[in-house]
Design a binder for this molecule. Structure first.
Ligand code: TRH
Length: 352
């Protein structure tokens, strides 16, 4: 039924890579499902940093939006409720185009009551669509290709492979101290940009991409940013992933491996409320694991610089096995929600 339709993703990049990351991932997943997809991006440089070598998505800049002629077979996926101008709205109104406001990921309860509601923006044919962590939301993006690459993993006995993608974060130092007490050697891949700058500042070193630095039982390997698929593969191959925004955290969960989330900071500590809601949603599902989930919650809160819990832990080794088991449960739960792209396509078919 959707064969003749073209998906147009409006991707307004506020900051960092997550906005482009989510839009690119959704676009590629729709292409895999046989649809034609165009992406209009406000920052093609950001998009091009993470785009994969074989991606066939059609790319346009935001400037091109103004002169673009949409027809009735265009569906608009408006990434994160971008306020596009009235002249664009007039064109979309003429064709009665379906517009989906794809929202930010949040585990807050209110999301469930707003998911799929009409959005009154400029009188357009527009609906909210919320990713999320239970059946009352759109779920998260799960590409078939990603699922096929998954393999179960147990922690290795002698070494631990870790990826580090963070913002400025003083608590990375506490984490390194904790890892240095481990019986295992820690190989940490640090990505260029905010994560590497942070490490350099904390350790007073000047590590550059393709260089390494060893101290205690830790070796840091600095890396340039890689394509999104390469990044996903690195997460899959690791024993612990230190992630940050909404796209990398979902990948980390889907890998079924332990992870720590440095959540994107918002005013008035809203991000800490979101972080707590995230754990609440998992306690809703795995109530018998609530003690351990709360321990991991405390770890995350501390990693986000709201407590000193990290310094009270004697050894990461002590929690690693249980953390692996919990991570697999979280992964299985997300998989059970079905892919956001399928949930979205079902919704679109209802609305056309
Ligand atoms: O880049 P981010 O910090 O983006 C953030 C969040 O999305 C946040 O929710 C949003 O509000 C804010 O930006 C404006 O983190 P995130 O979401 O994890 O996105 C990173 C993307 O970059 C993700 O798609 C993975 C990708 N990536 C690569 O492709 N290659 C790399 O080498 C790395 C480290 C990441």
């Amino acid at each position: 039924m959707l064969d003749k339709f073209i998906f147009n993703i409006f991707c307004y990049v506020v900051d960092n890579y997550g906005d482009a990351g989510v839009c690119l991932r959704l676009g590629n997943d729709l292409i895999q499902k046989g649809y034609r997809v165009r992406i209009f991006c406000s920052d093609l440089k950001v998009l091009n940093t993470i785009i994969n070598a074989n991606d066939t998505i059609e790319k346009y800049s935001f400037l091109e939006l103004k002169s673009f002629n949409f027809n009735k077979y265009d569906i608009i996926i408006n990434g994160f409720s971008y306020n596009f101008s009235e002249d664009i709205a007039v064109k979309l109104k003429q064709n009665h185009n379906l517009i989906i406001n794809l929202e930010y990921l949040s585990a807050e309860k209110w999301v469930e009551s707003c998911h799929k509601l009409p959005s009154p923006y400029l009188g357009l044919n527009c609906y909210y669509f919320f990713p999320g962590f239970n059946q009352n939301t759109g779920g998260v993006l799960i590409e078939k290709e990603f699922k096929a690459k998954f393999y179960p993993k147990k922690p290795k006995t002698d070494a631990r492979d870790i990826t580090l993608f963070s913002y400025a974060n003083i608590k990375v130092l506490d984490l390194l101290k904790l890892l240095s007490k481990s019986k295992k050697h820690n190989n940490i891949l640090v990505f260029e940009g905010l994560a590497l700058n942070n490490i350099n500042k904390l350790l007073k070193i000047n590590l550059k991409a393709n260089q390494s630095y060893r101290f205690d039982n830790i070796t840091l390997y600095a890396s340039k940013m890689v394509s999104q698929k390469e990044y996903d593969n690195l997460l899959l191959a690791s024993d612990l992933n230190l992630v940050r925004g909404e796209d990398s955290i979902i990948r980390a969960i889907l890998c079924g491996r332990p992870f720590l989330w440095q959540i994107y900071e918002q005013q008035d500590d809203i991000h800490i409320i979101k972080l707590n809601n995230f754990f609440d949603r998992f306690i809703d599902i795995f109530s018998s694991d609530s003690d351990f989930i709360n321990k991991i919650r405390a770890l995350f809160i501390s990693y986000n610089n709201r407590s000193n819990f990290l310094t009270t832990l004697t050894n990461y080794d002590d929690i690693e096995n249980e953390f692996f088991k919990l991570s697999v449960k979280m992964q299985q739960h997300l998989l059970s929600l079905g892919s956001l792209s399928d949930n979205l396509l079902t919704f679109i078919k209802e609305k056309l």
